[in-house]
Design a protein around this ligand. Structure first.
Ligand SMILES: Nc1ncnc2c1ncn2[C@@H]1O[C@H](COP(=O)(O)OP(=O)(O)OP(=O)(O)O)[C@@H](O)[C@H]1O
Length: 208
């Protein structure tokens, strides 16, 4: 499904990641590793957010050679999402809806599941950290991407939302075969823990 080839990332002369080859089948993957080991960097690279050396292919499309097709398959939520303060959540949803051609019914369901209906029409500048987080997770799920990348999906969420996110992830995997790549310093829900596989970032590389 996801293939990394000769992937390297260097920040200011320091090699952060050096992964000769990695092939992942569909599934739910949890990336572990010490602070500063490169988890966020790896997720951002696979999400197509930061430049890198080497190549990544997903379902046969190369991020380097067919970036638009590659990105159509991917949903992404950053650890600390930030949106233009003057935009409303609904503006962002509408933008994603147009780009990803998402049916209105799916949007309505996501707004209800992520429980964002009570604030989504207000400007992003007035959102709390948890509200911004829930919006970012909703956007990552829009359009049924085949791979959803979530960096620290549970930070700033209340404990009720932990279960909600775990349920949504398991449901998407079981019903649609959606794959997930996630990092989390928090304990995941037990059901999700049983379903996931662990990748460890260590010595600039990945151990399965
Ligand atoms: N924009 C940047 N410029 C320079 N160095 C960076 C940048 N982003 C990350 N790094 C460095 O890359 C390394 C990996 O950082 P990264 O954020 O990927 O780690 P992490 O495993 O996600 O850490 P944590 O568990 O603390 O969130 C660190 O040494 C960090 O200082």
């Amino acid at each position: 499904m996801l293939q990394l080839t000769q992937l390297r990332k260097v920040y200011q002369g320091k090699v952060v990641l050096d992964i000769p080859s990695l092939l992942l089948d569909p599934g739910i993957f949890w990336i572990q590793g010490a602070n500063g080991s490169g988890k966020s960097t790896l997720l951002k690279i696979i999400a197509g957010m930061v430049p890198f050396e080497g190549d990544i292919t997903f379902k046969g499309s190369s991020l380097r050679h067919s970036p638009l097709i590659y990105r159509q398959h991917i949903g992404w939520a950053a650890a600390e999402p930030l949106y233009p303060p003057f935009m409303t959540g609904m503006d962002l949803i509408t933008l994603y809806q147009r780009i990803r051609k998402v049916p209105q019914k799916e949007i309505d369901q996501l707004i209800e599941r992520f429980n964002v209906g009570n604030f989504i029409k207000g400007q992003a500048s007035a959102y709390s950290a948890g509200m911004t987080k829930r919006l970012s997770l909703l956007l990552a799920f829009m359009g049924d991407p085949a791979l959803i990348i979530l960096d620290e999906p549970l930070t700033t969420l209340d404990t009720n939302s932990f279960t909600l996110i775990s349920d949504l992830i398991l449901e998407a995997w079981q019903k649609k075969g959606t794959s997930f790549l996630m990092s989390s310093h928090q304990e995941l829900d037990t059901n999700l823990l049983n379903a996931q596989r662990v990748l460890t970032v260590i010595n600039q590389s990945i151990v399965l």
